[in-house]
Ligand binder design. Structure first.
Ligand SMILES: *[C@@H]1O[C@H](CO)[C@@H](O)[C@H](O)[C@H]1NC(C)=O
Ligand SMILES: *[C@@H]1O[C@H](CO)[C@@H](O)[C@H](O)[C@H]1NC(C)=O
Ligand SMILES: *[C@@H]1O[C@H](CO)[C@@H](O)[C@H](O)[C@H]1NC(C)=O
Ligand SMILES: *[C@@H]1O[C@H](CO)[C@@H](O)[C@H](O)[C@H]1NC(C)=O
Ligand SMILES: *[C@@H]1O[C@H](CO)[C@@H](O)[C@H](O)[C@H]1NC(C)=O
Ligand SMILES: *[C@@H]1O[C@H](CO)[C@@H](O)[C@H](O)[C@H]1NC(C)=O
Ligand SMILES: *[C@@H]1O[C@H](CO)[C@@H](O)[C@H](O)[C@H]1NC(C)=O
Ligand SMILES: *[C@@H]1O[C@H](CO)[C@@H](O)[C@H](O)[C@H]1NC(C)=O
Length: 677
């Protein structure tokens, strides 16, 4: 077996060159583009037509001026990039879904209002200089190679060390033990922090950190093939890899990650263009996907604020483990990670391999560089890359075994909507590495998100309503799977333009464990009994309530403006502010949070139903004082009583509230609280 070098991905050495090359290529390319554009202007000649239109379904084609060119990337595969003329919007409207009960608009990702606020961010190495330590991996064995003479290096083993409420927040570092050249990492070591010093004066030259995915025992390949614990032992079982990026809508993905967008489409990944979030933030959406439970049910079943609550939660990885899969879960940004932000996390490691102690140590021990209040670089690498390297190690170590891994990142996408652009070419390299290592031959992969941007400049645009609600969802199927289950593939393809939700993904992941079971006998998500595996056709007549999506989050609707002169606009906005103040008062937070006052009504829109029926639902966008907090709410209006009905927790806060709401812990109330002090 070839000597697989783990630094293939982590190495800033070649990466720097790659980035520089890439930048030079881009500059040359831009010059060419401008020249070409001038020529086109004079010749009034467009060389290709109808590109944006393939994104969504439509009945006409639009002429979009684009140029096509070929650049050569590092592994010398030619790739073609298409550039859109950003001021030229399609002249007709496109839809992601156009069924009898769902018309889901497809906003153009490159409108002028976005062009004004979006600037691509280049990928930059986190620290200068070359790595002093390189990790090699060969036949299940990791070794540490020192890249320079005249240095001495040592490693501190990272251990999970907390108990009870601190299980997920504490780690221990063992004393730094020196190692020799090409030292073999002991099998029980899962993570280390390293230090390299100059021999002559012991000056600290470099710190670094590495995880290792090491099976407790070497894998017995014969046994591994038979390890699936099922009645149908001859059935081949795909591995499952969930690759999640927080707060990335499919429009923002296309906008900020054109290389990945192109790659996924050209490699025939399946997209669910009608994928709609079911709840506000990460926890409800991931819970629906991992447990099939809605927010209220998952809180009562899993009790995330109770120590040990989440341990008892019926997470999908337990089901996979039960069927003989090896499991892993990794997520960066320890403070705000899904099961730890205002939750108690896990008392025992939830999966066979669990990155949290490593991530805690990396965050604590290494130098951090922030972007919009998030640790973007930690030590020598971008924070997300520790998770991606962990994912690669996991898929590599368990190549011959069925595995289930969830790898989630938020540091480069949660607060700054432009920052994913910096990781585009990097993530493409990871995908190509997965391809080379054979992972794509064995695994079903979900490249996905939980929701779009929930606050900030992008959210404040007219398309912000859709940006927030349309997370990315791409699905990869191995070729043997496509051959064995052509009907599933056909259905998945048709579901591209049907309304889907995280509950359907839960059902799909359950389905993967018993692919021969007919639809009627498959387990359904408890909180959405009508949701089902996306390998079966989604009904034409599906609406948001069928898909478990609350009205406020539903994008199947269109709106028309209500003029501000209409007296009900003021009544609605005033009642909304009143309802919010009452909500805070009922939680005894009035003294801690400011009483809010209506400052401005930005817009009021009325829902238009696909049928000709009248709707009494309105979308109200308004600003309050203090702090110029911007909100958006879906209200029902009664023509007779002139009163709104509203569920306050569902109101969206479109401006960042982190710095205003530090005085309280309640996740929902934080959206509305402007702390008095
Ligand atoms: C959407 O569906 C309606 C009804 O089937 C049809 O008339 C309309 O042309 C469709 N629109 C698009 C953009 O496909
Ligand atoms: C885009 O196209 C429009 C109309 O053809 C043209 O006026 C404009 O200059 C172009 N903009 C860019 C950035 O190429
Ligand atoms: C694996 O399963 C196959 C088919 O059930 C059987 O023929 C083979 O002996 C098994 N191998 C081992 C090592 O158990
Ligand atoms: C195998 O499945 C059976 C019944 O489904 C279960 O009782 C047993 O614990 C499983 N074994 C393993 C190793 O998961
Ligand atoms: C997987 O199986 C192949 C063939 O049985 C073997 O050559 C390879 O070393 C195995 N890989 C791992 C990681 O166990
Ligand atoms: C949540 O799901 C449960 C079933 O799991 C259901 O009884 C309940 O009505 C749902 N709650 C909401 C608010 O949808
Ligand atoms: C608010 O305070 C009152 C009186 O002190 C108490 O009865 C009530 O339970 C409190 N409500 C909440 C939600 O804490
Ligand atoms: C409410 O009243 C307005 C005009 O007063 C009317 O246009 C609208 O259809 C009414 N809505 C409903 C649901 O009856």
């Amino acid at each position: 077996m070839a000597n697989i070098k783990y630094q293939l991905i982590g190495a800033p050495g070649p990466a720097i060159n790659e980035t520089l090359n890439f930048r030079v290529v881009l500059k040359v390319f831009l010059c060419c583009f401008l020249t070409l554009l001038t020529i086109f202007y004079y010749l009034r000649y467009s060389i290709e037509t109808g590109t944006y239109v393939e994104l969504a379904m439509t009945t006409e084609t639009t002429a979009t001026t684009i140029t096509t060119t070929t650049i050569t990337t590092t592994n010398s595969t030619p790739i073609t990039i298409k550039l859109f003329n950003s001021t030229q919007e399609p002249t007709i409207r496109n839809f992601f879904v156009n069924t009898s009960k769902c018309r889901m608009p497809a906003p153009y990702p490159f409108t002028p209002d976005v062009a004004r606020i979006y600037k691509k961010v280049p990928y930059k190495p986190c620290e200068p200089g070359k790595d002093l330590i390189k990790v090699n991996y060969k036949e299940g064995i990791y070794s540490l190679h020192m890249n320079e003479a005249k240095i001495s290096c040592c490693y501190k083993q990272v251990l999970r060390s907390g108990v009870g409420a601190n299980s997920d927040t504490q780690f221990k570092l063992l004393p730094c033990s020196n190692f020799h050249q090409d030292f073999v990492v002991p099998r029980h070591v899962e993570a280390i922090i390293t230090e390299c010093r100059r021999l002559k004066d012991k000056k600290l030259l470099q710190q670094d950190a590495f995880s290792f995915v090491q099976p407790a025992k070497p894998i017995d390949n014969q046994k591994a093939v038979n390890n699936s614990n099922t009645s149908q032992s001859t059935e081949r079982r795909p591995s499952v890899l969930l690759w999640g990026i927080d707060s990335l809508s499919r429009m923002n993905f296309q906008r900020t990650m054109p290389l990945m967008y192109k790659y996924l489409r050209e490699e025939n990944w399946y997209e669910l263009q009608g994928y709609n979030k079911m709840g506000d933030n990460t926890l409800p959406n991931l819970m629906a996907l991992l447990t099939g439970l809605n927010s209220t049910r998952s809180i009562s079943v899993c009790q995330p604020k109770k120590v040990g609550g989440l341990d008892a939660c019926p997470m999908l990885w337990k089901e996979y483990k039960h069927k003989g899969y090896v499991t892993a879960y990794g997520e960066e940004w320890s403070k705000y990670s899904t099961f730890n932000y205002l939750c108690k996390g896990f008392k025992a490691p939830p999966t066979d391999h669990y990155a949290r102690p490593f991530i805690l140590a990396v965050e604590k021990e290494l130098k951090k560089q922030y972007d919009t209040a998030l640790p973007y670089c930690v030590g020598r690498r971008h924070f997300a890359e520790y998770i991606y390297d962990f994912a690669l190690q996991f898929t590599e170590a368990y190549k011959n075994v069925s595995s289930f891994g969830l790898f989630w990142t938020n540091t480069f996408s949660h607060n700054n909507f432009a920052l994913p652009s910096s990781m585009d070419s990097r993530i493409l390299e990871y995908m190509r590495t997965l391809q080379r290592s054979g992972t794509l031959q064995e695994s079903i992969i979900l490249f996905f998100s939980d929701h779009g941007m929930r606050f900030g400049k992008l959210r404040e645009l007219e398309s912000g309503f859709l940006e927030e609600r349309m997370p990315l969802m791409f699905i990869w199927l191995p070729f043997w799977f496509r051959q064995k289950y052509p009907a599933f593939v056909n259905n998945l393809e048709q579901n591209r333009n049907r309304l889907t939700s995280p509950y359907d993904i839960y059902a799909t992941l359950r389905h993967i464990l018993e692919l021969e079971t007919p639809l009627a006998e498959l387990p359904r998500p408890e909180s959405c009994p009508r949701c089902h595996s996306v390998f079966f056709k989604v009904a034409e007549s599906r609406d948001c309530s069928d898909a478990g999506i609350d009205e406020h989050w539903c994008t199947c609707v269109e709106f028309e403006d209500v003029p501000k002169t209409d007296s009900k606009t003021t009544l609605m906005a005033e009642q909304l502010v009143e309802a919010t103040n009452k909500y805070l008062a009922d939680k005894n937070l009035s003294g801690i949070c400011h009483i809010q006052k209506l400052n401005n009504i930005e817009s009021v829109q009325k829902q238009i139903l696909p049928s000709s029926k009248q709707s009494n639902s309105y979308l109200v966008r308004y600003e309050t004082e203090p702090a110029k907090a911007l909100f958006e709410a879906t209200v029902k209006w009664s023509n007779t009583s002139k009163q709104i009905s509203i569920s306050v927790p569902s109101i969206s806060r479109m401006t960042s509230y982190r710095e205003h709401s530090e005085c309280i812990d309640d996740k929902t109330a934080k959206k509305f609280c402007i702390c008095v002090n």
